[in-house]
Design a protein around this ligand. Structure first.
Ligand SMILES: Cc1cc2nc3c(=O)[nH]c(=O)nc-3n(C[C@H](O)[C@H](O)[C@H](O)COP(=O)(O)OP(=O)(O)OC[C@H]3O[C@@H](n4cnc5c(N)ncnc54)[C@H](O)[C@@H]3O)c2cc1C
Length: 474
C-alpha cells in the first residue's frame, strides 16, 4: 500500500502520524511538501516572525484527542530549549509561539517514524505536486512533481491547506506587481526591508492582522498602521477563565434557518449569562454542532448565514489572546493603529509611496491615504476556480474535484472522499482540513483537523485491514 499525502502542514503531518501509529504491515507513506521550510509545519507553524502566538491556549493544542495534555507535557519535558521564550512551570493557559508548536509537530512525527511497525515507512519529499492522474478507477495514481520526478500511489490525500489570500478586485490591478505589495501575510518577507517609520496598510482585520500588528510592535515599528476591512470588526479577546458550558441540544428549527440559529445563540447566551457563564463558553459548546447544522442548511440558508451572520460569527469564534487585545487597544489609544470599516477602491504606486483610495462603509465619499507598504491579510483564498496551482487546475479539469456552490472548498463524502463528475466519489482521493470547509464550515483549526485525520486514517487503512484478515483466515 502506497499512500501519498500532498501538503506537509498540520493536516498532512497529523494524517502521517496517525497512519504510522496504526498501520501494521507494508505501508509506504509519502509526505510531499512544496516549500522546504514548511515541511512538517505548514503555513501557520513555520513563521519566523516575532510575536506570532497560537490563538488558543497550550492546553487545547494536543495532537491527540485522547491525550489532551500531550502538548503541555511535551513542552515541560523540553523546557531547556525554550527558556528565553517561555516561563516555567508553564501555565497550560499560556499562548505559546506558533513556531514552538511546529517543533512539537515535527518531534511527534519523528517519534511515530521510530515506533512504526515493521514494513511501515515514511518518505518525505520536497517538491510541488503538479498533477495526480490515473488511467481508470481502481488503478493507482501517478503523481508528477515539478522537475519531472513522479511516484505511484494507491491512495492520495490532498492536504493543501491555507491558500494565499485572493487579491482585492481593483480596476487597475497593475499595483499587484509592485514590491510595496505583500500578497501573503504568513512569511517573514511580508515585513522584510520595511523601514521602522513606514506607514503600512493591512487589508483585513482578522487574527492574521492581529499577529502582524504584534510583529510590527515587536520590531519597534513607529510608522502608522492602518487596518481596513469591510465591517471593521476586530476578533474578540479570549477568556481563559471561561467555565465550560454544557453541550447544547439543538432545536430542529435551528437546523433549517440561519435566522433561527442566530436567535438561538443570542437566547442561549442570555440564559447562560444569567447563570454566571460567559458567551465564550456558549460559542465553544456550539462548535461541535456546527458541521451538522451547516449540512442541514439549504443553499439559501447557507447564503443568508454567509451574508448576515458570518462576519459576527468569525470575530466571536476566532478569538485573540488577551495580551494581543491589550496591545491593539494601546496602539489605538496612542494613535499609531487606526482600524476602519471601508472598502479598498484603488491602490496606485507613485514613486516609493502607495496612494490608497478607500470608501467608508455605508458612505459614498472616498478618502485617500499614502502608505509605503500594503499587506493582504484577508484570509486564505477558498475559491479553487481562481487558484493558480497546476494540481488544482488539473483535478478540476479532469472532474476529480468539484468546488461547492459557495466556493468555500470542495465537495466530499462524509469520509472526506472527493466527489467528481455528477457527485460520484473519486475512489482513493481524499482531503481534510480547510478544503473541507464546504461540508464542515468549521474545518480549519486543530480540533477539527485532529478529528478528521483520525477518521481518515481508519478509512485509508481499511483495505490493509481487510487484506490482513483475509490472510489470517487463509
Ligand atoms: C496564521 C495562522 C495561525 C493559526 N493558528 C492556529 C492556532 O493557534 N490554533 C489552531 O487550532 N489553528 C490555527 N490555525 C488554523 C490552521 O489552519 C491549522 O491549524 C493548520 O495550519 C492547517 O493545516 P493544513 O496542513 O491543512 O494547511 P497548511 O498549514 O496551509 O499546509 C498545507 C501545505 O501544503 C503545501 N502544498 C499545497 N499545495 C501543494 C502541492 N501541490 N504540492 C506540494 N505541497 C503543497 C503548502 O505549501 C503548505 O505547506 C492557524 C492558521 C493560520 C493561517
Amino acid at each position: 500500500m502506497k499512500i501519498a499525502i500532498i501538503g506537509g502542514g498540520l493536516s498532512g503531518v497529523l494524517t502521517a502520524i496517525y497512519l504510522l501509529r496504526k498501520a501494521v504491515s507494508s505501508t509506504t507513506i509519502y509526505l510531499i511538501e512544496q516549500h522546504k521550510h514548511q515541511l512538517g509545519r505548514g503555513v501557520a507553524y513555520a513563521s519566523t516572525l516575532e510575536y506570532q502566538p497560537l490563538n488558543v491556549p497550550a492546553a487545547a493544542m494536543s495532537l491527540f484527542e485522547e491525550q489532551p495534555n500531550d502538548f503541555v507535557a511535551w513542552l515541560s519535558s523540553h523546557q531547556r530549549a525554550y527558556t528565553t521564550q517561555l516561563t516555567f512551570p508553564l501555565n497550560p493557559q499560556d499562548f505559546v509561539p506558533r513556531c514552538i508548536f511546529g517543533d512539537y509537530l515535527q518531534a511527534r512525527l519523528q517519534e511515530a517514524v521510530g515506533k512504526a511497525a515493521k514494513g511501515v515507512e515514511l518518505i518525505s519529499l520536497v517538491g510541488e505536486v503538479c498533477s495526480a492522474k490515473r488511467q481508470e478507477e481502481g488503478n493507482p495514481f501517478l503523481l508528477t512533481l515539478g522537475g519531472g520526478h513522479s511516484i505511484w500511489a494507491n491512495k492520495v490525500v490532498l492536504a493543501l491547506g491555507n491558500l494565499a489570500p485572493a487579491p482585492i478586485p481593483l480596476a487597475d490591478p497593475s499595483f499587484y506587481q509592485s514590491s510595496a505589495y505583500a500578497a501573503s501575510p504568513w512569511c517573514a518577507e511580508a515585513l522584510a526591508g520595511l523601514p521602522v517609520t513606514a506607514p503600512v496598510l493591512l487589508i483585513g482585520s482578522s487574527l492574521t492582522m492581529v499577529d502582524l500588528v504584534g510583529s510590527l510592535w515587536a520590531r519597534k515599528h513607529q510608522g502608522k498602521i492602518c487596518v481596513v476591512s469591510r465591517h471593521g470588526l476586530l476578533p474578540q479577546p479570549y477568556d481563559v477563565n471561561a467555565v465550560p458550558y454544557s453541550r447544547l441540544p439543538i432545536p430542529v428549527q435551528v437546523r433549517t434557518s440561519a435566522l433561527e440559529l442566530f436567535r438561538f445563540i443570542r437566547c442561549e447566551i442570555r440564559k447562560a449569562e444569567a447563570k454566571g457563564y460567559s458567551w465564550h463558553s456558549v460559542l465553544d459548546a456550539l462548535r461541535d454542532e456546527i458541521p451538522a447544522i451547516w449540512q442541514a442548511f439549504s443553499l439559501q440558508e447557507k447564503k443568508r448565514f454567509m451574508r448576515h451572520i458570518r462576519p459576527y460569527w468569525e470575530v466571536h469564534r476566532h478569538r485573540m489572546p488577551e495580551r494581543s487585545a491589550a496591545l491593539l487597544e494601546e496602539l489605538q489609544a496612542s494613535g499609531q493603529l487606526h482600524v476602519m470599516a471601508a472598502t479598498v477602491v484603488a491602490l496606485q504606486q507613485h514613486g516609493t509611496a502607495v496612494q490608497v483610495t478607500l470608501r467608508k462603509r455605508k458612505r459614498e465619499e472616498t478618502i485617500h491615504l499614502s502608505v509605503d507598504s500594503v499587506i493582504n491579510c484577508t484570509g486564505p483564498q477558498s475559491d479553487l476556480t481562481k487558484v493558480d496551482m497546476p494540481l488544482v487546475q488539473q483535478l478540476l479539469a479532469d472532474r476529480m474535484m468539484t468546488p461547492d456552490a459557495l466556493r468555500l472548498g470542495v465537495l466530499t463524502s462524509p469520509q472526506g472522499v472527493l466527489l467528481g463528475e455528477q457527485a460520484a466519489p473519486v475512489t482513493g482521493l481524499y482531503t481534510l482540513g480547510p478544503l473541507r470547509k464546504a461540508t464542515w464550515y468549521e474545518s480549519t483549526a486543530l480540533r477539527e483537523i485532529r478529528r478528521q485525520a483520525g477518521t481518515l486514517t481508519n478509512e485509508l487503512l481499511q483495505q490493509e485491514q481487510i487484506e490482513q484478515e483475509v490472510g489470517e483466515v487463509a
